[in-house]
Design a protein around this ligand. Structure first.
Ligand SMILES: Nc1ncnc2c1ncn2[C@@H]1O[C@H](COP(=O)(O)OP(=O)(O)O)[C@@H](O)[C@H]1O
Ligand SMILES: [Mg+2]
Length: 412
């Protein structure tokens, strides 16, 4: 995948650093996001996910570094001039509007797409244009002056159109109805069009928030922990629906979560963050199978971690044993972390075991048993997943394939 030439990224962060009140919260972030990718920013609370998302959306400016959209620097552009739309962690729906009203709100308050007809010039419009200019004089400096990002020569007419529409309703009533109906179908809210927001379940509200964000057909949808508030079953459903949306309407998703399972199931690309830095970028498989260090491996999936030492490319020292391992580029005689996933370990007879231990506890997990084993080498506890029942207290051997020992740089 990495070798395929993908052209100019849709979004690129270049050496982005963010300082809040003398505290650096993002250090030199470099990230490329391509069209139609589902990218997840994953990391514990406080690692800088939301700040990164807000910088992409234009709600926050980097202290240094650049944000590029299609190769064009948009670092200083406000949110309404970017091809992004955002569903925040605490999405706020309007309680006085029904489902339809909430979704249409975005359309009524945003100027339409390029397909909008451009009116012909007339004295009346010319006058209208200057009236807008005149009123703008009295607007506060930072107040949003909605001027769409169109070619310069068309801009005048859009301003005129905007003025005539009074509230900026550049879509006709019929157009709005059509667009809202389409998106209601997409997020599975059919039948609830007239329902009051206060009478919706959490999952339904979440869908309204997503519908409101996609009704403008943004090129990029930014989702900040958007599913975290939902219970497990609903979350799974919404995960599925978001993936469907991505397939059906070809939006690029940038999704923030601290939930590793959510990241693994949803993403084309996972960006693992740690204390304001990117620790690793890769596909779900890359990150799971080849975590760069113990931080990433602990964050993604269950891990048994050991301290060890490299011997050559294909051998490591674990306790006092030389064992085969997944091929590594790390220099020989280096202290490393070794990762063994619980599902990669087999329970065998004591004689056949690469390591020996005693079953300490057994937990039934539905599809498998989680077995805690105390190793004889140093009394530490490791976790094994197996479908076979095993007696607590039994002395067992544990075994694994060479390539199941993943060698990682030791940090700290
Ligand atoms: N507006 C702000 N002012 C000061 N500090 C902030 C602000 N926003 C975020 N931070 C700090 O930046 C760090 C990263 O926050 P955030 O991006 O929200 O992390 P995450 O979304 O991963 O939980 C945190 O330590 C947070 O306290
Ligand atoms: Mg956050």
């Amino acid at each position: 995948m990495e070798n395929i030439v993908k052209g100019v990224p849709l979004i690129e962060l270049k050496n982005v650093t963010k300082v809040f009140d003398e505290t650096t919260v993002l250090y030199d972030i470099n990230l490329q996001i391509f069209e139609n990718e589902f990218v997840t920013l994953l990391g514990p609370s406080g690692c800088g996910k939301t700040t990164t998302l807000r910088i992409i959306g234009g709600f926050e400016q980097p202290t240094s570094g650049q944000v590029l959209f299609n190769g064009v620097d948009v670092t200083t552009l406000p949110p309404n001039k970017r091809a992004t739309n955002t569903v925040f962690q605490n999405y706020a729906l309007f309680p006085h509007l029904n489902v339809e009203g909430n979704i249409a709100f975005g359309l009524k308050n945003q100027i339409g797409e390029k397909e909008k007809p451009v009116g012909k010039f007339s004295f009346k419009k010319w006058w209208a244009y200057f009236s807008v200019k005149f009123t703008n004089l009295f607007k506060k400096k930072n107040k949003r002056k909605v001027v769409p990002d169109y070619p310069k020569n068309e801009r005048l007419f859009y301003r005129i159109g905007y003025f005539f529409s009074k509230k900026g309703k550049l879509y006709s009533k019929e157009q709005i109805q059509e667009k809202v109906a389409e998106v209601i179908k997409l997020v599975n809210l059919s039948g609830l069009e007239k329902r009051s927001i206060t009478q919706l379940s959490g999952g339904q509200k979440q869908r309204v928030a997503i519908a409101r964000a996609i009704v403008n057909k943004p090129k990029v949808l930014l989702l900040d922990e958007s599913l975290s508030a939902l219970d497990l079953k609903l979350r799974k459903e919404m995960q599925y629906e978001l993936k469907e949306l991505q397939r059906n309407i070809g939006i690029t998703f940038i999704f923030v979560t601290h939930d590793q399972e959510e990241a693994l199931t949803m993403s084309d690309k996972i960006v693992v963050m740690k204390e304001g830095e990117i620790e690793q970028i890769g596909s779900a498989e890359d990150i799971y199978n080849d975590p760069i260090d113990s931080y990433v491996s602990n964050f993604i999936g269950d891990s048994n971690l050991f301290k060890g030492k490299t011997i050559d490319k294909k051998h490591v020292l674990l306790y006092d044993k030389v064992l085969g391992c997944d091929e590594t580029d790390i220099e020989p005689e280096t202290e490393v972390d070794l990762l063994l996933r619980p599902e990669d370990i087999d329970i065998v007879s004591v004689e056949k075991g690469k390591l020996v231990g005693r079953v300490d506890a057994l937990f039934f997990k539905g599809v498998f048993y989680e077995v805690d084993v105390v190793l004889e080498n140093d009394n530490r506890l490791i976790t094994i997943h197996t479908t076979d029942y095993i007696e607590v207290g039994k002395r067992i051997g544990i075994s694994f394939e060479d390539e199941d020992i993943h060698v990682m740089e030791h940090n700290e």
